[in-house]
Design a protein around this ligand. Structure first.
Ligand code: AMP
Ligand code: MG
Length: 401
């Protein structure tokens, strides 16, 4: 049986190089950048004020205090979006606002709270506190220099990176294609939610849980109808899913039972099984197969097993398919409030609740059919075989929320 690392390495090595397309930056959220992006402008784009107040020469304010204010002559006003054409000389100041360009001659901004204006002489500004040279000034290029990198291939475009690309005026970027991911659920017992159940039937839930995970990993999920446990039906369904998708994720039908048809149907279509079974709990009977440049991820049917194997083995594959550099789940350290014990012979990825203070508790019963503990969990802790982590241990929590 493969280790998790061996399985993941095999999957990643099999994936093709990503293909790219150009999109508007406004549509590039949660896409993977495919090119270097250079800033066409600097940020800040010009020296500007970080305060509402008065632009002045700092030396003029050196002796100012509330009892003996310095008086400066107001020679103009520069609002955000305007440009002041004159130059400030000794003894002068210009009304300025946050984001307004710093007028020539000024080397500081006195904030409004440190000034006083008498109604009878509105053009005389009393400065109550000195300012240091360049105080309250934001410099051109101190954030981003013109023609420097603001994006690199492999970067995941989160909200802040989308904001940065817009801030430097980039309208379009090259991003990698998103995989179309076909989702199949197999099992003659499965019914669609909303339909009445006959004895022995259960509601299908894996496609619904996996589709948002696929989406969060940048993939485009496409749900196919439930497939009954029948070799013919499984072949037809797999063939259809493969013709419409880049990657097919199935759940159920990959165990050792005589009603498990996914592996044989895939081989019948010309697919090559790369491996079956990974030494983790939950999720041992995981299948990875290749059919030309398309890939099969056969997840176990138990909902927790499907969810966990998706996070550990399919999510990184979807990200790599898109050329992303960062493939792992976010990890947070946490301190155990209860022991976690794995008495079995496989690594157990246990469902936990990581609270906002860094405390970690078991999310409840860990069996692979227990949905309640999966629904209340927000992370997994990898507990090695025959190992118990006592209360107070610091553990690594793999988060998905
Ligand atoms: P299997 O992997 O097909 O042997 O299924 C293992 C267990 O998971 C069985 O109890 C199935 O009824 C259940 N199961 C399989 N697929 C699903 C699904 N899509 N939704 C909910 N439960 C499922
Ligand atoms: Mg089944």
């Amino acid at each position: 049986m493969l280790t998790l690392e061996e399985a993941l390495a095999g999957i990643l090595a099999a994936l093709p190089a990503p293909g790219s397309e150009r999109v508007r930056v406004l549509n590039a959220f949660q896409r993977v950048l495919a090119e270097d992006v250079l800033a066409p402008v600097a940020l800040p784009t010009f020296d500007n004020s970080s305060m509402d107040g008065y632009a002045a020469r700092s030396a003029d304010t050196a002796s100012a205090n509330p009892h003996q204010p310095v008086s400066l002559r107001l020679i103009g006003r520069v609002a955000a979006g305007e440009h002041f054409h004159g130059e400030i000389k000794t003894g002068e100041c210009v009304r300025i606002f946050t984001g307004s360009p710093l007028p020539a001659g000024a080397d500081a901004v006195v904030m409004q709270e440190d000034t006083r204006v008498e109604p009878q002489s509105p053009d005389e500004i009393f400065i109550l506190e000195p300012v240091k040279p360049w105080e309250n000034v934001r410099f051109r290029g101190e954030d981003i220099k013109c023609n420097t990198l603001v994006g690199r291939p492999g970067e995941w475009l989160n909200a802040a990176r989308i904001g940065l690309l817009n801030a430097v005026g980039t309208g379009e970027v090259s991003v990698n294609r998103r995989p179309l991911v076909g989702l199949l659920a197999t099992g003659s017992e499965l019914k669609e939610a909303g339909e009445p159940l006959l004895p022995g039937q259960i509601y299908e839930s894996n496609r619904a849980a996996l589709a948002p995970l696929i989406q969060n990993a940048g993939g485009i999920p496409k749900m196919f109808p439930i497939v009954s446990d029948d070799p013919e039906a499984t072949s037809i369904a797999l063939e259809k899913a493969f013709s419409d998708s880049d990657i097919v994720v199935t759940c159920g039908g990959v165990s050792v039972g005589e009603m498990d048809f996914v592996k044989s149907a895939f081989e019948q279509l010309g697919g090559n099984l790369q491996f079956w079974k990974v030494a983790i709990k939950p999720g041992k009977p995981f299948v990875f197969g290749r059919c030309g440049e398309k890939f099969l991820f056969g997840l176990p049917g138990n909902p927790v097993s499907a969810f966990v194997t998706f996070l550990l083995l399919v999510r990184p594959a979807l990200l790599r398919w898109q050329g992303a550099h960062e493939l792992g789940l976010p990890v947070s350290p946490g301190t155990l409030f209860e022991p976690l014990e794995n008495s079995g012979s496989r690594r157990h990825f246990m469902r936990v609740i990581l609270d906002s203070e860094g405390g970690v508790r078991s999310a409840g019963i860990q069996a692979s059919h227990i949905l309640r503990s999966l629904a209340s969990a927000n992370g997994l802790v990898d507990v090695p075989p025959q190992t118990s982590f006592p209360v107070g241990s610091v553990v690594r929590v793999l988060r998905w929320d």
